[in-house]
Ligand binder design. Structure first.
Ligand code: CP
Ligand code: NVA
Length: 311
């Protein structure tokens, strides 16, 4: 395969570790700037004539709307593909799809199953590829979550995040973020649903602490967060998981042992009465609606960074 001239400066966003701490500081600043423009109804279109292809192999509400609306607001346009309505569902090799799609668009966002699939696509793409969720990682969500934390509480450095629930794509990405940006994650998962910091490349093991009891994980935390008990792709385990996770519901008792000004986040969609009680997600410490909206602002900053660099 010949190397495209753009390949040298090509940056993908496949895992949280694909940007440096310094680049995150830049992206968070740009996200605030871009959000202010949006709130003031000021046009901001640095990506005029650029096209984003979005490939969904799993369902989505937030990721689709935030990328699609975000790209239009930046002056660009969007192509939406799913497995069902493209050749992706008819076994065209990923490498070929990547070569073809990336000759026609400027940026690709993919939501799929295995991380290996998105890595393979990126390896054969001429344009930046963004991870819109894989079984292993959800970096765009943590980007928005940290931006939301900063908006409400300032820098996340030195703070403690309590993760209660499944050791899934969100948990893995929190671990990478804590390691890179210098905060701590207290993790409590039921037995059999743990994460492995080494597998996700954590270099400072002290950034992660494990607790059998979710209450202990929440003690003194600045942010308490959770996610569904059954992620997309694991539906066959639903009944088994409901039993295993019964004690991992974030409720008011858990929020009481966190810091008095602790925030609650959930990437959504949520199931009230399972991973979180209605009192918590609809209560005063919850910032889940800001968190969802910030997907769009943070991803607009990310797309600007990947296509235009540090402006
Ligand atoms: N949080 C999130 O990624 O939501 P969607 O599945 O609706 O995109
Ligand atoms: N962990 C969840 C997140 C959904 C946005 C999943 O992968 O289904």
């Amino acid at each position: 395969m010949s190397t495209h001239p753009l390949a040298k400066q090509l940056r993908h966003y496949l895992q949280f570790t694909d940007l440096t701490a310094e680049e995150y500081a830049h992206v968070f600043k740009r996200a605030a700037f871009i959000k202010a423009k949006f709130k003031n109804y000021e046009k901001f279109q640095p990506l005029t004539d650029r096209t984003l292809a979005m490939i969904f192999e799993k369902a989505s509400t937030r990721t689709r709307v935030s990328f699609e609306a975000g790209m239009y607001q930046l002056g660009g346009s969007v192509v939406h593909l799913t497995t069902g309505d493209s050749q992706l569902g008819r076994a065209e090799p990923i490498e070929d799809s990547a070569r073809v799609i990336s000759r026609m668009v400027d940026l690709v966002m993919i939501r799929t199953y295995g991380q290996d699939k998105i890595e393979k696509f990126a390896a054969h793409s001429r344009v930046p590829v963004i991870n819109g969720l894989t079984n292993e990682f959800h970096p765009c969500q943590i980007l928005a979550d940290i931006f939301t934390f900063i908006e409400h509480r300032g820098s996340i450095q030195g703070k403690t995040v309590a993760w209660v629930g499944d050791g899934n794509n969100m948990a893995n990405t929190w671990l990478q973020a804590a390691d890179l940006l210098g905060f701590k994650v207290n993790l409590s998962t039921p037995s059999g649903y743990e994460v492995d910091p080494a597998v996700v490349g954590v270099r400072t093991p002290a950034s992660t602490q494990f607790f059998n009891d979710p209450m202990q994980a929440c003690e003194g935390a600045d942010l308490v967060t959770t996610d569904v008990w059954t992620s997309m792709g694991y539906e066959a385990e639903n009944d088994e998981r409901k039993k295993a996770f019964a004690d991992w519901c974030v409720d008011e008792d858990m929020m009481k042992v966190a810091k008095p000004d602790a925030l609650f986040m959930h990437c959504l969609p949520a199931h009230r009465g399972e991973e979180v009680s209605a009192e918590v997600i609809d209560g005063p410490q919850s910032v889940v609606w800001d968190e969802a909206e910030n997907r769009m602002h943070a991803q607009k900053a990310l797309m600007e960074f990947l296509l235009l660099g540090k402006v």
